[in-house]
Design a protein around this ligand. Structure first.
Ligand code: SAM
Length: 231
């Protein structure tokens, strides 16, 4: 099945949710129950579903020992906490970026209106949260916009898992900006990529992302589309 055929099946209006060989809804639901309920979604102002959270933890636990995860769009640190929980199994570092509550004029100009700009979580608040959750020393929060972070990226830092959940109008750009730093076999996962409960711009961009290169282990978990980039 090509990535395009996979996406057509994942997003079809009706019919079986099981996509042979690729998508595992029973497994995803079990992971959601076991691993996707640890952190208080309401308190963090988080936007991921339990199954999605469970699979973020699972994928993060599969990153090679000492590996690197990059998260675009940290917000209150909910998805960051699930990623760190998985990453902690073998050790590694997550670089998570978000403008947080800085540069609010620029955020207002560029916003896709997915989060309110009043009372946005601060970097300091999220740092405290992650430390309290037991992840001290495992994360680096970067206050800024992904384009600028990518432009200044240290090329010696290679990425094993790229999680894209920032500005929903630029998922493809985020992928292209960080693509040069992906290790072979790196997982890429994109949030809000579903025509019915995501953003049309992300749906469009996900088609473009997965039309390029060679992908393995594609998965569809609610509004996440993920795959491993072989080359
Ligand atoms: C949907 S929220 C992320 C939610 C978070 N991943 C979670 O599940 O808990 C998107 C975040 O990305 C931020 N954002 C928007 N544009 C961005 C950019 N260019 N670079 C980094 N973050 C961006 C938004 O301000 C917002 O905080």
């Amino acid at each position: 099945m090509t990535p395009n055929e996979f996406l057509d099946k994942a997003w079809q209006e009706s019919g079986p949710k099981l996509i042979s060989g690729f998508s595992r809804p029973v497994y995803h639901n079990v992971m959601g129950l076991l691993r996707g309920r640890k952190y208080d979604k309401k308190a963090y102002g988080g936007m991921i579903r339990h199954t999605e959270a469970g699979m973020l933890t699972t994928w993060a636990s599969q990153v090679p020992r000492g590996g690197v995860i990059v998260e675009i769009g940290c917000y209150g640190g909910l998805s960051t906490s699930y990623l760190l929980r998985g990453l902690k199994q073998h050790g590694g570092t997550i670089y998570s970026m978000d403008p947080f509550n800085s540069d609010l004029d620029k955020q207002a100009e560029l916003t896709d209106n997915c989060v309110p700009l009043d009372n946005k979580p601060t970097k300091a608040l999220v740092e405290q949260r992650l430390e309290k959750n037991g992840f001290a020393g495992m994360f680096k929060l970067i206050e800024g916009f992904s384009q600028e972070v990518a432009a200044n990226w240290d090329p010696s830092i290679k990425i094993d898992f790229l999680w894209i959940d920032g500005n929903h109008e630029q998922a493809y750009r985020d992928f292209k900006d960080f693509e040069p730093y992906l290790n072979p076999g790196a997982r890429v996962a994109v949030h809000d990529a579903h025509p019915r409960y995501g953003y049309q711009e992300v749906v469009r961009d996900v088609r473009k992302i997965f039309a390029e290169g060679q992908w393995e282990d594609m998965e569809h978990v609610k509004s996440i589309i993920a795959g491993r980039l072989i080359k």
